[in-house]
Design a protein around this ligand. Sequence first.
Ligand code: PLP
Length: 366
Amino acid sequence: MSSQRVRPEILDFTPYVPGLTVEEIKAKYGLEHVIKLASNENPLGASPLAREAIARAAAQAYRYPQNHSPRLCAAIGKAMGLDPAHIVCGNGSDEVIDLLFRVLAEPGKSNVICYAHSFSMYRLTAQLCGVEYREVPRGEDYRLPLEALAEAVDRNTRMVFVTSPDNPTGLAAKAEELMVLSGVLPEGALLVVDEAYTDFTWPPEEYSMLSMVAELKNVAVLRTFSKAYGLAGLRLGYGALPLWLAEHVRRARPPFTVNLMAEEAGLAVLEDDNFYSETLEVVFQGRELLLKRLPELGCQVWPSQANFVMFRPPCPADQVCEDLLKRGVIVRHLKSFGLPDNIRVNVGTRAETEAFLKALEGILHG
Ligand SMILES: *Cc1c(COP(=O)(O)O)cnc(C)c1O
């Protein structure tokens, strides 16, 4: 009965399904040691400078943080070479996605577009907001269908989402190609490039659209501190938005969603060059190892510009994931992305990546 008072979008809603935590896996499978390579987290843990900053800030936990995190926006602007007026911080980039919908999309009228097998937050947020979500099929071998995205746009399209590098395939679009897409979008449609994994591209300047934000009025870039900066548990991300939009998003934003610890940790990790370069080194080496070893074990792989690799084992993927779990290794079965034959594994420390490969070898050739 009470459900009659709830919006239909909520009744139909299937929530985001996160991977199990290490503790949940240990309890469920009776394991003592677990290697988690399922959520694309930083293999090196949290940066030492960020940890010190959080400890230093602990005594201030009774204070409200400064609204809109102006010091952090200034530091991000400086680090990324952008006027801080473009930057809006959020409780993870998930919050920035939510804000963009609330500011730009009209329920029951607007639509947004993405391609199949993408990160689910765009679709879930559209659904919650009562906004039509249009899905465009992928090109051959999961190629990002940029032309097809442009063709699916109409005058009610408010946003076109491209994740680059893409989760879960690891494929990336070149900045040149994204420029072409932004150039053909009609007025009123914003190209949103989710660059959660852009730190791991090589060479980065060929991929990131961040520097274009100041020039183009219809491009927004999403970034996160959850991956290369190792702060997934603190929830910190930002949007680099055209000025006309940043202003409205700032007005619509609930106050204080970026907490005081997150802001201090974000400021510290932006200064931690050692942590950042060590992260890239571990990821580049581990990615190379995975891309070399997985085919030798009979798996198909896709080239990756991210901190993970998508692969297809020569036998059912759900069984492989289950067998890996029994050996204490958590990877991501891609059924929830509509890819039940595929698995995503992120790069761990050298020892973790090697332990994963050894466990997989035992399963496939044991
Ligand atoms: C991990 C990830 C994010 C980051 O989300 P946060 O809310 O910042 O933790 C954003 N987009 C994609 C595609 C991701 O995979």
